[in-house]
Design a binder for this molecule. Sequence first.
Ligand code: RIB
Length: 305
Amino acid sequence: MKKILVIGSLNMDFVLEVDHIPVVGETVLSKSLQFVPGGKGANQAFCAGKLGGKVSMLGAVGKDQHGDALLRGLSGAGVNISPIRQLSGKNTGVALIGVNAQGNNSIIISQGANLEVTPRAIDENIALLTESDIVVFQLEIPLETVLYGAKKAKELGKTVILDPAPAVENLPKELFSCLDIIKPNEIELGTLLGDPNAKESLSDSCRRLKELGVKNVIVTLGEEGAFLLEESGGETRFPAVSFGPAVDTTAAGDSFTAALALGLSQGMNLKESVSLSIRVGGMVVTRKGAQTSIPSREEVFGPSL
Ligand code: RIB
């Protein structure tokens, strides 16, 4: 089995259930507050580890109770946490997540220790990067670190995956050319291209990302499944798979990316890996929270012999 390295964020999610997400200037009351381990990077590492992957995570948390809880959770999912620094004087990242009655969310993040994941951390872990096969990034740590790490990973011949969330406009062109796979959702696709209508012409939009240097593009489409544009130019549409009513979409995208990396690490081809991702993402939305919503290996693959 190939080795996965996730380089990215860890947050403690403060989850607030609300009837509706507040608009500007509005105050709403929440019925509950829960602390749930999250962060896009940590969710990906946790999911890939829980599903049986060989996973390491590079990141940073504060020396506080939230950092302790995140590290405990990842370790329990079988993730190698030794590259995660626990820093005195820094807070663990925090995400304030409002979840409405339809299960949709709105997230505000205080990055805290995630901002300390600098290019130097990549250099300090170059041996780990060298022995990894698949390297996964998101955009909740400094962009210069993502760019530096992706370049190093590319130079070392690794499979580089970027989950471009939270999406920003005008990502450096040199980042795109390091990527084997980019996996935006339809809103992120529009942001990356500076074109709010990008999802209306999916094929053309994905081809524009390819022209920037990405090899393969996967766009997740919520209830409409996913769209894949491969390096060969082949296009595939994947229908969504439902496991019940959606109660919370938090970490659906993260688990999709994690399952993609896991599938590739286990020798599946890209289409097979996307199908696996759709199943895992479909399960995650039927449960509440980030890492609390990740299914077990048995649920995804059936009972092991
Ligand atoms: O993608 C969901 C994640 O986004 C949450 O767990 C939160 O921490 C934010 O990073």
